[in-house]
Ligand binder design. Structure first.
Ligand SMILES: Nc1ncnc2c1ncn2[C@@H]1O[C@H](COP(=O)(O)OP(=O)(O)O)[C@@H](O)[C@H]1O
Ligand SMILES: O=P(O)(O)O[C@H]1O[C@H](CO)[C@@H](O[C@H]2O[C@H](CO)[C@@H](O)[C@H](O)[C@H]2O)[C@H](O)[C@H]1O
Length: 540
């Protein structure tokens, strides 16, 4: 247990005891925060932690302190994290509820021994949080106000109810709790100075449409500091689900996989049914977000020069970083990975020519707010339908960039990439196919992917109901899909090099497939004589 703390002051008065916060900053929080899953700065050059804002918050017979913690670095600007703190005495914490990861340290306060814990593990704090949201009770705090909003998803009978609560064992970059087994509350750990896009999106869809395939918005907590709004948490309806669609697709792919060594190509009809249903829900989500007469924050916009420049700048910057990362990690790739990497590196001129085309090509399709980080892991599979979650947007982008409007085809591309991942992960990396020839495996997975992609795309456009102002015509659809597929696969390349090097081949293969399609279009538009080098697939 790190650094026990002793003070003669009771917990309820510690807010005004500078020695306590200094001890936390210097001795307690650095080791503690570095064990927390939600802390993203573990690999950075940390220079310390600072207790930024400290808000006293009632917690039944006691108080909690909602701390906005600043993590300081020598290699970049500080980050802000949310850490509620509670003090529980030994008789109060004699429950299995507080896991080791929730215990910050041991404290002796005014002769009372207890634990300083992450407030989410204190039932009194959770109950108070719920009450504030349900009753929309705001609190004035230093520098601003804590604003508690209730959404349509909270049932009238629960507004004044005392409800049960628990922390969900979701170990991710945020924390989750459940109220009354009905409401899912997400506590954002890393904070940003703007409303979290997830609150904008979920509240907009719930309040302005009939789309029922997201968990309805039940409320949020915001720190309103002057002109800045910092979102601290959001509540939605809890969804009874067995698994996410990534796992469900993996289950379906098992049947497919077992048939491969027998040289049979088998996709069950219900797999196509599921793909079609997910495409339909995706289209309905976009139709709910297509709101020409609404709030300007959601109104459709054209492909302006400003947007094109933004996307091109972001993509070329990403491309530079990915090429550098690939060169640094080239020796770690296996033989097939190295060949794919070569083809990608040799294709740079062609990619740049394609980017130029995006700068100038007339485009009459429209852009709207979209999910932004759409893949199979963001869809919960219920018994016979799908519920779409996690509208926080792309984790690598700033909050302002996550609110930029794109063609909804960016989400479509995200899901197509995800199906590609699902089949490659299964076919390339399973014991059942270990002894089979790689080019055979490649043909089999390509075939599965083509059929599934076509099914998804067709069902999506069917539900959108073409012609539709969002999409000018098929040529634009095909062109924009290539833009977003390429961007996504190049993004994934960095994600895999950093987190799952064994899977680097999947995005590399995805990139090369897109470049192949781009080359086909180029040849049919300009012939072979436009001066851009051909794709070097003979390396493969
Ligand atoms: N409304 C909900 N009902 C039930 N479970 C949910 C709900 N929203 C999210 N979850 C569960 O919590 C996990 C994390 O949620 P997500 O929104 O992806 O958070 P994060 O941004 O922390 O990844 C999901 O994979 C899912 O299992
Ligand atoms: O954590 P997030 O959901 O925001 O997204 C990150 O992690 C994803 C992996 O969990 C990663 O997604 C990639 O791998 C998925 C399979 O694990 C696949 O379905 C996706 O298509 C693929 O992009 C995502 O890129 C990353 O941002």
């Amino acid at each position: 247990m790190p650094h026990p703390l002793t003070y003669s002051t009771p917990w309820t008065e510690l807010r005004d005891t500078p020695a306590f916060w200094q001890d936390l900053e210097q001795h307690v929080l650095p080791p503690y925060v570095n064990t927390c899953r939600w802390f993203a700065g573990k690999a950075r050059h940390q220079t310390g932690f600072r207790a930024g804002s400290i808000f006293e918050f009632p917690a039944r017979d006691s108080v909690a302190y909602i701390l906005i913690l600043e993590a300081l670095y020598s290699d970049g600007p500080p980050e802000q994290y949310l850490l509620p703190l509670s003090f529980v005495t030994h008789d109060q914490h004699d429950s299995p509820e507080i896991p080791a990861k929730g215990i910050v340290t041991v404290m002796h306060l005014d002769g009372v021994r207890g634990l300083l814990v992450d407030g989410i593990y204190d039932e009194r704090f959770r109950a108070s949080l719920y009450k504030h949201i349900a009753e929309q009770k705001n609190r004035t705090v230093d520098g601003g106000k804590l604003v508690f909003q209730r959404g349509r998803g909270l049932d009238a009978e629960d507004v004044h109810a005392t409800v049960s609560s628990r922390v969900l064992p979701v170990d991710s970059s945020n924390s989750a709790m459940v109220f009354a087994d009905k409401y899912f509350f997400k506590f954002y750990r890393k904070l940003f100075e703007l409303t979290n896009p997830e609150v904008d999106m979920v509240a907009f869809i719930t309040e302005n449409s009939d789309f029922a395939n997201i968990p309805a918005y039940a409320g949020s907590v915001t720190y309103a500091a002057g002109t800045t709004d910092i979102t601290l948490g959001m509540m939605q309806r809890m969804v009874a689900n067995e698994k996410d669609s990534w796992s469900q697709t993996g289950d379906y792919l098992n049947d497919f996989l077992y048939a491969v060594p027998k040289r049979q190509f088998a996709i069950r009809e219900d797999v196509f049914d599921k793909v079609e249903l997910l495409a339909k829900r995706t289209a309905e989500m976009h139709l709910a977000l297509y709101a020409p007469d609404s709030d300007p924050a959601f109104a459709p916009e054209p492909f302006t020069e400003e947007y094109r420049n933004f996307l091109i700048h972001r993509f070329t910057d990403l491309l530079d970083r990915r090429y550098a990362l690939l060169v640094d990690n080239y020796n770690k790739l296996d033989a097939i990975g190295q060949k794919l990497a070569w083809v990608f590196m040799e294709a740079r001129e062609m990619i740049e020519a394609f980017v130029e085309e995006f700068r100038t090509r007339p485009l009459e399709s429209l852009r709207i707010r979209i999910h932004g980080d759409y893949h199979l892991g963001q869809v919960l599979a219920t018994r016979d339908d799908f519920i779409i979650i996690d509208f926080e947007g792309e984790p690598e982008s700033s909050i302002a960039d996550r609110k930029i409007k794109h063609s909804p085809l960016k989400d479509v591309a995200g899901m197509i990439r995800s199906y590609h991942y699902a089949v490659c992960a299964k076919i390339y990396y399973s014991a059942e196919t270990e002894t089979l020839a790689p080019d055979h495996l490649q043909r089999v997975s390509d075939r599965w992917f083509r059929l599934i992609r076509e099914t998804y795309q067709d069902a999506y456009l069917d539900r959108i109901g073409m012609p539709h102002p969002l999409f000018r015509n098929n040529n634009e659809i095909n062109f924009l899909l290539l833009v977003y597929l390429l961007e996504k696969a190049v993004y994934e390349l960095g994600y895999e090099i950093s987190y799952r090097p064994a899977w680097v081949k999947i995005p590399l293969k995805g990139i090369i497939d897109v470049i192949r399609e781009i080359e086909k279009i180029r040849i049919s538009d300009h012939g072979l004589n436009d001066g851009v080098p051909m794709l070097q697939t003979s390396i493969l």
